[in-house]
Write a protein that binds this ligand. Structure first.
Ligand code: SF4
Length: 393
């Protein structure tokens, strides 16, 4: 059968789509790009914000309306997903060989997204993930090592570890830090990138990971949401400003040229102008270069949806806009500081005499010459294309 996949949202969803596609091909199905060419359409949705969820639901409704006669499956992080869709899809994929089920090698992506964990044991007031994906479940340690070996043998030079809440990874007594170091020991010539990290839980281990392992990409993306103590408390986050400052200071000391990124919710119920400014100053203090700032949106079924102190929507949007603008200006300044320095670029595409990809610091780089996709190329930065926010080498 012909299958088209559409993936919304984060790296975890990408990892799950990659694994699904590899299994589908191993089971003898064909992947197609356009839903119109497919017999089966699989939409892996995202509910990170109420708006993201609405977009997914709209697309799913359109797929069902305009592609009558085709099977449309809604899976992933959607509260309204088909209850039996995953099981039904699993049956359709049979008889995939056992090896393909266990160790699916990504087919489409230049970097290998490896899902190590799913679900979450926390109860952040705004978040629907624990209800949608359940409690934290970790992949078996040895199985992940075997899968990493296969990924490296297939020629990948960057493995991106993904999960709903990576710091909750546990396999017997092994933690996320143990897993990263064990995967690195699988071989040479590749690096590991950590997906989004929840601060406040295993900050010291994370800092030590960066300090000890130059093959861990020097980029820390925090699931921050706010830096204001009052708002963090209202959000039921396991963190406070003191811990956040200590984490960023530790990261800067461990890898001075590393870059920081964050997800931030703007206009959570009760967020005063001063609360917002605490977050804004914090992001400036530690030079956060990549910010995903979302205006808070009420999600039925979460604690926050019933909270008092709603912030007017315009203010939520304005705060998000300000943070994104700040980060853009900082990113350009940081990029300028890279001129004359060396980077390792994981190549995503090559054409017309140039190659493009990402440095370990998660900066977009364009290099001269057509290098093989997925290779790691060492280059010296010679300039910055400010329009596309790309380093040139
Ligand atoms: S830790 Fe992350 S995934 Fe878990 S409830 Fe909080 S925001 Fe959601």
């Amino acid at each position: 059968m012909k299958i088209a996949t559409i993936t919304f949202g984060c790296r975890l969803n990408k990892a799950e789509s990659s694994a699904f596609e590899a299994r589908a091909v191993a089971a003898g199905h064909e992947l197609v790009h356009a839903p119109a060419d497919a017999d089966i359409i699989v939409v892996r949705g995202c509910s990170v914000t109420a708006n993201a969820e609405k977009d997914c639901e709209k697309l799913i409704a359109n797929m069902r309306k305009y592609h009558t006669g085709k099977q449309v499956f809604a899976i992933g992080c959607l509260p309204g997903k088909d209850a039996n869709a995953s099981a039904e899809l699993g049956r359709l994929l049979a008889p995939a060989p056992a090896s393909a089920k266990n160790f699916a090698i990504p087919l489409k992506s230049a970097r290998a997204f490896l899902k190590v964990q799913d679900g979450c044991n926390s109860k952040c007031a705004y978040c629907i993930v624990p209800q949608v994906r359940g409690r934290s479940k970790s992949e078996n340690f040895d199985k992940l090592l075997e899968q990493s070996r296969r990924i490296v043998d297939a020629g990948f030079t960057e493995i991106v570890l993904t999960g709903c809440n990576l710091v909750q990874y546990r396999s017997k007594k092994q933690s996320l830090a143990d897993l990263v170091e064990a995967i690195l020991a699988v071989g040479d010539g590749f690096r590991i990138r950590l997906g989004s990290i929840e601060p406040g839980v295993m900050d010291k281990d994370i800092i030590e990971l960066f300090a000890r392992n130059p093959r861990v990409c020097r980029h820390l993306h925090l699931s921050l949401q706010s830096a204001s103590n009052d708002i963090l408390k209202a959000m039921l986050r396991p963190c406070n400003l003191k811990k956040l400052n200590a984490l960023c200071e530790g990261f800067r000391n461990a890898v001075p040229e590393g870059t920081l990124g964050a997800d931030v919710i703007c206009g959570f119920p009760g967020e005063s102008e001063e609360d917002f400014m605490v977050t804004r100053r914090f992001l400036a203090l530690w030079d956060f270069a990549q910010i995903h700032a979302f205006p808070y949106s009420e999600r039925p079924g979460t604690l926050a949806a019933a909270m008092e102190g709603a912030i007017v929507k315009k203010t939520r949007q304005e705060r998000a806009r300000l943070l994104i603008r700040d980060a853009g200006l900082r990113r350009l300044r940081i990029m300028d500081s890279w001129v004359g320095k060396e980077v390792d670029v994981c190549v995503e595409k090559s054409a017309n005499g140039t190659s493009e990809g990402w440095s370990g610091e998660y900066l977009h780089v364009k290099i001269e010459g057509e290098h093989p996709r997925r290779s790691l190329v060492h280059a010296t930065i010679s300039g910055v294309d400010k329009f596309t926010q790309t380093l040139l080498a």
